[in-house]
Design a protein around this ligand. Structure first.
Ligand SMILES: [Zn+2]
Length: 417
């Protein structure tokens, strides 16, 4: 399934597979288009995938690169950080708590820098190297900053990472440690993104993974769908609940399933897609609720900073997907986000960041509303690690503090019968 061109999602105009991201005719976003392909021997194709490496490059034939980074290239530093092949965990206690039949957690916190962003950065940086770029850069709400700084370190590339100045300290520390050029911008993510868009037009040799490399970057999220299908025995789930920031992840997971369904690589139908947003940054959820086709930009004010994109680039496509797949897009308040983090942690042993709290709280809301059928298999996409947003759980539980004696333990803690 070789990538054939970049194509405008609005007018269909085709462009070469270079660092373009916006249509010159209509300013629509560009997306990677692939040559038509059929698979005659599905069993053989599945075996080929299964024999591949334990990372996203097992799906290289479905990604927009000439060749996967690996032994065929000379220097070992060209491997980069291997992303993907994260666990899909059957969450029976969570399902039971919510009165659902079958819930699976796709735990993308298990990636090298603990979020799904390692997938998209892997693809963007692989393509950037093929196109001859020697600097990696990004506009980030946090997780992408971690991923770009680490990937650049692994590849031996220089990097520039732009973040809103008020980002969580954990995410700033976990970015700066890799030796990147860390630029804190006094403004919100949308300000950072505008600055990076301007810079990408000026700085030759710079690959802004989510600006001028965006069409390639976005394709990396399809690998979540491929993995889920493979992990479920080459079947699609009935429903996917995933967070929405720009809307790219949400729509690309659907693209991954669609591609494989068309090729016959997996069975089932396109799942219903439920998007999750924070009430403090809800442009897509608000548009869904009001029946609008476009999103009205908002000024973010939420603890879920990794989802705090007030003007989401793929918002209209996320709306279209939720509607056509029989899903929805919901919003949850900051208190529900904290409760969502606790719910997931207490029932699965997985500690997620605030974005995962948004997603889990949305699943709880859907279950409560009776929107999930009694026979459904649901996949909850957890995109990042709880240690990155520790403030969100501070004060949500109490600990015992005692003198180091048996009596003190018995008096103050005791043993629950
Ligand atoms: Zn166009």
């Amino acid at each position: 399934m070789a990538a054939e061109s970049l194509r405008c999602r609005e007018c269909g105009e085709a462009y070469s597979l270079d660092a373009h991201y916006v249509c010159e005719r209509c300013f629509g976003p560009l997306e990677v288009a692939y040559a038509e392909r059929t698979i005659s021997d599905v069993g053989e194709a599945r075996r080929r995938i299964q024999a591949g490496p334990q990372n996203i490059w097992r799906y290289a034939e479905f990604l927009p690169i000439d060749a996967p980074p690996g032994p065929s290239l000379r220097a070992s530093s060209r491997f980069g950080l291997p992303a993907g092949c994260t666990p899909l965990i059957k969450a029976d206690r969570l399902a039971e708590r919510l009165g659902l039949r079958e819930v699976w957690v796709k735990n993308d916190a298990a990636n090298p820098t603990h979020s799904f962003k390692d997938r998209v950065v892997s693809v963007a940086s692989a393509r950037a190297r093929e196109l001859g770029f020697d600097v990696l850069a990004c506009a980030s709400t946090g997780n992408l900053a971690n991923a770009v700084a680490a990937q650049a370190a692994a590849l031996g590339l220089e990097s520039y990472v732009f973040i809103p100045a008020d980002l969580e300290e954990q995410k700033i520390l976990a970015t700066g440690v890799y030796g990147t050029n860390l630029v804190k911008v006094k403004g919100n993510y949308d300000d950072v993104n505008r600055l990076c868009t301007e810079l990408s037009g000026e700085k030759e040799g710079w690959a802004f993974v989510n600006v001028n490399m965006r069409p390639y970057y976005a394709e990396g999220s399809k690998t979540i769908a491929y993995e889920v299908a493979e992990q479920l025995g080459w079947e699609t789930p009935d429903r996917v609940v995933a967070p929405i920031a720009s809307g790219s992840l949400f729509t690309k997971i659907a693209k991954g399933f669609s591609e494989w369904l068309e090729l016959g690589l997996c069975t089932g139908g396109l799942p219903a897609f439920n998007g999750a947003q924070a009430a403090g940054c809800n442009p897509v959820a608000a548009a869904f609720e009001s029946g609008a086709d476009v999103c009205r930009p908002v000024k973010p004010d939420t603890i879920a900073k990794s989802l705090a994109i007030g003007n989401p680039a793929d918002g209209p496509y996320a709306l279209e997907l939720a509607r056509k797949s029989g899903g929805a897009i919901d919003q949850v308040a900051d208190d529900e986000i904290r409760a969502g983090i606790r719910l997931l942690a207490e029932t699965t042993g997985i500690f997620t960041e605030t974005a995962g709290g948004v997603t889990t709280a949305t699943l709880a809301k859907l279950a409560e509303r009776g929107d999930i059928g009694s026979d459904e298999r649901v996949v909850l996409v957890i995109t990042g690690e709880g240690l990155k947003t520790l403030d969100a759980v501070r004060g949500t539980f109490e600990a015992y503090e005692i003198e180091p004696s048996y009596d003190a333990f018995e008096a103050q803690v005791g043993v629950r019968a």
